[in-house]
Every structure is written in structure tokens, then in C-alpha cells.
Design a protein around this ligand. Structure first.
Ligand code: SAM
Length: 646
């Protein structure tokens, strides 16, 4: 199997006593696997003792393979008494991911890890290039980075406390032990980070020393006489690829109280993501939960696919896979069903669209089990229809909701005072603007070009579907620009219009717009439209906030005055020596979700929660930069240079 970015799944044989890679002619682990992992990686990094007093610990691994190292680490993590609120992040790179079947077969004999293996397999992502953020348990998170180790580590934004260097023997796989990989290890390692590996090859010893580690030989596992452990003594190396104007912001204290301003899908997703990261989110919204576009009677969870493999394309793909995982996790936790994975067809309306769809298929952006051809176009079997209100309620969980509008954020010492429109105020360590275009009412966000469109959907309630002869009932959702979908509560939803509106315009539904929606559906499903024509719709108009580049804004808010001065040289093309961007510590924004917030909000929220808590970023660095709140400001400065040059 091969993905667009050349992701090939591993080829294994089990002929010897141990699972062996056909590509590398080397084994994944020896013996029962568990004892070797314990000896080399867990004890080699002194993890049993470190776990006992860990608050936030990050392990970085070269070579995820069968996941055995992760599972052994997870078991140890569970068995140790830790400080309250401790969280373990496990980052791992893998160029040739095992198929789920190969992983199941490899792990099956290891019965002592059977329960954890089953949990890993249930959330194991498809072989799609890039970062996959996976919540394994409330206090352990896996970030699986599928791709070549050097390229993936270059995209990581994290501090790593302990390394598992497990990339096959250097003689058989020199690429995994390259200077490019070690320079990333030097960049990502925390002060006093440790590393352990089964090999004592001279090249590895020297590379670790060059990366600022002091090395030590210890007795190896089984028949291996020696292994290596190492401790970082040099300060972290400079980050050559870094664009200083895209900072992540300083991490807040553990348990930070965070005001989440706006309780739509952005705010609800933030509540969940922040809670996972040990923060205390408080939702603030005068309209209550999901009262804007997130309160429609149905929404589609489906991918947006783009060719080219750029940051935007990879973001939408990762967001879709992340949303599916999040929905699954939330449904399991709450026991509620608010998502029906009935599949969504993306209908090609003309020859040009059909050709684009063929290119998407040829590019293998998604593995075959995630995308199929059908008579009308493309079909996404995992996609489906969600009840947005129930989704938001479940995401928000137990987070308190203040039913009042926030009017202003004021810096007071190290804290933020949030003033309410109805009078009064409250103090927080940090805040996130998740209130769509109303973010512009806050002076901290005024430089961000947020625009608004109005979208109207029409809901035909009741058991409309049963009025159809069975075969004609919309048993799945179809999108083709306009869409129709069976609503979770019965009936049919059609939509949606896009109308640019002014900054202060309100959302108003009209019969004329209902007619527009019906006319659009008549183009793709004439029989459905004819039937709906005789019924009375319940129109609902809502405002969507979007950005000029149609990507969300997710990240820390910056000190715009500092930016204007420090980066002024970008206007004239000055090449280097720019200082790191100054942020408004504790001030964040998640906005501009457009019409895709149900899909993109959970991943954006995970990114912001990681920034607030100092956790590893869940997305590739270029994706975080493509979403960064300062991007428009920086682009404008650089554009001025182009205008001058012309
Ligand atoms: N830690 C694994 C486990 O617990 O099963 C075993 C890892 S195995 C010894 C080495 C892994 O490194 C293989 O899965 C292999 O596909 C992966 N690998 C090899 N070269 C790589 C590269 N350049 N970038 C990322 N992964 C690579």
C-alpha cells in the first residue's frame, strides 16, 4: 500500500523466532520483546524512577514498528504511583508503518500486553503521511509521525526528555542514524535529556556526542554484550529552520484556569482538549452552548481533499482523521450516539470535477478503505452525519459555562481579567477567543482579518424519509457544493448558502434563500427536491467566520506593536537576525473555522491546548505556521517588499 507521499507499509515475515523486516533484513525485537524493551529503553532511560515524580514527560522514539516499546512504556506508566495530573507524551517516527493486521499478528504472542495492544489497535491510524495525535488514555498521548525520521523530527515542536533510539542496526539502516536525525535530536532534547539504544556502533557513539550527549556503555540485553545510554550535557542547539515570528507562547502553570470565550464547536473542543492537558477550562457565552452555526440540526463530517501535499492539504486530512477519532472516543466515554457513520458521497457535478476526483484517487491521498469510487463520484465510508448540539455538549463535558458575554480582556500582573458585558469580571491565567467574528471586538485580535459569511440551511423535520419509496430515501448524505443529509433526529437537512455579510450584520433566514437551497438540491437530487418542494422547511441562518486564506486561525496572540517594529525589515527584504516574536502571554485565539468547524475544531483545539500546557505540538510545524494568528501580519510585510520590487 502506498500513500501520496510515498508511505509504504512494512513487509514482515515471522519465519525466524522474531518478527523480521523484509526491507531491512533485521528483526523488530528479540526474545519475548518485553524484557528487551525493559532492559534497553525503560531502564536505560531510568524511567521507573523518573515516572514516579514526573509531571509532564515526553519520550521520543526512532522507529515505532510494532508499538511494543510504547505498550511496555504505557504499562510501566500505569503501574507507577505518579503526582496528580501527570501526563506522558510519546512521540514516535515511522517510515514504514505496519498494517493493523501485521501489528496484531506481531503483538498477539505477547499476552502480558494484550489489553493495551487491543486499545492501541483500536486507535491505530491508517498509513497517511504526517502527524497523528492519539489519546491512548486520560494521561498518555501518542503522536505518531508517519514519514522519514529526519523529515518528521524537523517538523516536531516539542521538548524531549528521553529518547528510544530503535531504528534497526546502523549497518542495515544508516538513514535512521544520519547527521540530519541527530541534529534534530540535539534541537529537541530538553536539558538533561537521556537516550538509550541497543547499539554501541562507533558512528552512533560519535553522533550522540556531537549532539551534546555524554555516553555510557552498559551491559546489553541477551546475547548483546553492550548497549548505550546517554545524557545531554550541552544546551539545546539553535533551531535553524525556525521562523521567529511564529512563536508558540509560554506554557502556563499546571492546572491553569483558562477562559474559553465562545461555546460553539470551537469552544467545546477547547474545553475537552484543555481538560485533557490538565487545565481548568471555563466556557463563557451569553447564548449558551452551540447557539450559532454549531446549533444546526445536522452537520457533515467528511474530508476536504486537496492535491499537492501542502500544509493546508495535510491539515484538512489530519483534521478529518482526528475528528473521527475524537468523535469515537467521546461517544465511547459518554455512551451517547450523536454521529452516524452512514458514509458521504462527494458528487462530481461536471467533467472537470470528475477529473479532479480521479486525480485525488490516483494520488492516494487516503488509503483505499477510506475512499471509494461510486457512480456519482467519491464515497467516504467513515464519513457521516453528526448532531452538532449533542457533539458540542459531549465535547464540553463538565466544563462550567458562564452564560454571559465576555466584553474585554485586561492584563493584570500575570493574569487576565475578563470583563462581562452584563457587568462584573473574573480572573483567569489565560483566555482563548473562540467566538468567531466577535473576536474582533477584543483589542488583542483586531489585527486579524476575520470575515463573515451567512449560511442558511433548511430542515424538513419529521419522518420525511418514510414518505419515499424505500430505494429513493436518502439513506446517505450527498455533497456536491450543496448537500443533503438525513438529520440525526429524523427528517432531511439541505444546504447551505454562502453570503458575504458586513461586520455587524445579523443572520436572517428568508424564504427566497430556502428556494435557492431547493433549486441547488434539484440539480443533484431532482426527486428529493420535488418531494421537499411540497413540504414546509424550517430555515436556519447562522454566521460563519472565515479568513482570507480559508484556514482557521489557531494559536497564541502576539504583541502587534512589537511585531510592527521588530519585523519591519521584512518590508525591505532584510534577510536575518530577527528576534523571537513577543506574545501576549496567555492570550490565544481559535477562529475562522468557516463551514468546516465540526471537522477542524478538535485538531485546532489540541494545538492550542498543547501550546497552553507546553506539550508537544500535535501538527507538523508548517501546519502550525499556516494556522498561526500572526501569518497575515507577516504576509503583509513581505507583500510590501514584492510591491516595491514590482
Ligand atoms: N520500536 C519498535 C517496536 O517497539 O516494535 C521496533 C522498531 S524496529 C527495530 C525499527 C523501525 O524503524 C522499523 O519499524 C522501521 O520501519 C523504522 N524505520 C527504519 N528507517 C526509518 C526511517 N528512516 N525513518 C523512520 N522510521 C524508520
Amino acid at each position: 500500500m502506498r500513500g501520496e507521499d510515498g508511505i509504504k507499509t512494512a513487509k514482515l515475515d515471522w519465519e525466524a523466532n522474531a518478527p523480521r523486516s523484509v526491507f531491512f533484513d533485521d528483526i523488530y525485537f528479540s526474545g519475548d520483546g518485553v524484557s528487551e524493551t525493559r532492559h534497553v529503553f525503560l531502564d536505560g532511560n531510568d524511567l521507573p524512577a523518573r515516572f514516579a515524580h514526573a509531571q509532564r514527560l515526553v519520550i521520543g522514539e526512532l522507529g515505532f514498528g510494532s508499538g511494543l516499546n510504547l505498550l511496555s512504556t504505557w504499562r510501566l506508566w500505569r503501574s507507577v504511583a505518579k503526582p496528580a495530573g501527570a501526563h506522558l507524551d510519546f512521540l514516535s517516527t515511522e517510515k514504514y508503518p505496519l498494517t493493523a493486521e501485521a501489528m496484531a499478528r506481531t503483538l498477539a504472542p505477547i499476552t502480558s500486553l494484550a489489553d493495551l495492544s487491543a486499545r492501541l489497535l483500536a486507535v491505530y491510524p491508517p498509513p497517511v503521511a504526517g502527524f497523528h495525535r492519539i489519546a491512548l488514555d486520560h494521561d498518555i498521548t501518542l503522536t505518531l509521525m508517519i514519514g522519514d525520521a529526519a523529515a518528521m523530527l524537523a517538523q516536531a515542536q516539542s521538548r524531549v526528555d528521553a529518547w528510544f533510539l530503535d531504528g534497526f542496526a546502523p549497518a542495515k539502516n544508516p538513514g535512521m542514524w544520519s547527521a540530519a536525525v541527530f541534529s534534530q535530536i540535539a534541537r529537541l532534547s530538553a536539558p538533561h535529556a537521556t537516550a538509550a539504544t541497543f547499539t554501541v556502533a562507533g558512528a552512533v557513539r560519535r553522533a550522540l556526542q556531537d549532539a551534546g550527549f555524554e555516553i555510557e556503555k552498559r551491559p546489553g540485553f541477551g546475547r548483546k554484550r553492550e548497549m548505550l545510554t546517554a545524557r545531554k550535557t550541552a544546551p539545546p542547539s539553535a533551531d535553524a529552520a525556525r521562523q521567529p515570528w511564529f512563536p508558540r507562547g509560554a506554557a502556563q502553570r499546571a492546572g491553569a484556569r483558562v477562559a474559553v470565550i465562545g461555546a460553539g464547536v470551537a469552544g467545546a473542543s477547547l474545553a475537552r482538549a484543555l481538560h485533557r492537558r490538565g487545565c481548568t477550562p471555563v466556557l463563557i457565552d451569553g447564548g449558551g452552548l452551540a447557539n450559532g452555526a454549531s446549533g444546526n440540526p445536522a452537520g457533515l463530517i467528511m474530508p476536504r481533499l486537496d492535491l499537492g501535499g501542502g500544509a493546508a492539504a495535510r491539515f484538512f486530512l489530519a483534521a478529518y482523521l482526528h475528528a473521527l477519532r475524537t468523535i469515537d472516543a467521546v461517544q465511547t466515554e459518554t455512551g451517547e450516539t450523536f454521529f452516524r457513520a452512514i458514509g458521504v458521497t462527494l458528487k462530481a457535478r461536471d467533467e472537470a470535477e470528475a477529473q479532479k476526483q480521479n486525480k485525488l484517487l490516483d494520488a492516494r491521498i487516503l488509503p483505499p478503505e477510506y475512499i471509494e469510487t461510486c457512480t456519482d463520484g467519491l464515497y467516504f465510508p467513515q464519513a457521516g452525519v453528526i448532531d452538532p448540539r449533542a457533539y458540542c455538549r459531549a465535547l464540553a463535558g463538565d466544563a462550567p459555562l458562564i452564560e454571559n458575554n465576555a466584553a474585554r480582556a485586561e492584563r493584570v500582573g500575570d493574569a487576565w481579567r475578563i470583563h462581562f458585558a452584563g457587568g462584573g469580571h473574573d480572573m483567569f491565567d489565560a483566555f482563548v477567543l473562540a467566538n468567531g467574528r466577535n473576536a474582533l471586538r477584543f483589542e488583542q485580535a483586531r489585527s486579524i482579518p476575520l470575515g463573515a459569511t451567512m449560511g442558511q440551511i433548511d430542515y424538513f423535520p419529521g419522518d420525511v424519509r418514510n414518505d419515499f419509496p424505500g430505494a429513493e430515501a436518502p439513506d446517505q448524505a450527498v455533497a456536491a457544493g450543496p448537500y443533503f443529509a438525513p438529520a440525526p433526529s429524523g427528517g432531511v437537512v439541505i444546504g447551505a448558502t454562502y453570503e458575504k455579510i458586513g461586520a455587524d450584520d445579523e443572520a436572517v433566514s428568508t424564504p427566497a434563500t430556502s428556494a435557492t437551497n431547493l433549486a441547488a438540491i434539484a440539480e443533484i437530487a431532482p426527486e428529493l427536491a420535488a418531494r421537499l418542494q411540497t413540504l414546509s422547511p424550517r430555515p436556519r441562518a447562522a454566521i460563519r467566520c472565515q479568513t482570507p486564506d480559508r484556514l482557521p486561525v489557531a494559536g497564541v496572540l502576539v504583541d502587534w506593536g512589537f511585531y510592527a517594529g521588530a519585523y519591519d525589515g521584512l518590508r525591505t527584504g532584510r534577510a536575518s537576525d530577527y528576534p523571537p516574536g513577543e506574545t501576549m502571554d496567555g492570550a490565544f485565539i481559535l477562529a475562522g473555522l468557516g463551514s468546516r468547524g465540526l471537522v477542524t475544531a478538535p485538531l485546532c483545539a489540541a494545538l492550542i491546548a498543547a501550546d497552553i500546557s507546553g506539550a508537544p505540538s500535535p501538527v507538523e510545524r508548517d501546519i502550525a505556521e499556516a494556522l498561526h494568528p500572526a501569518r497575515f501580519f507577516i504576509r503583509d510585510l513581505k507583500r510590501a517588499r514584492k510591491v516595491r520590487a514590482n
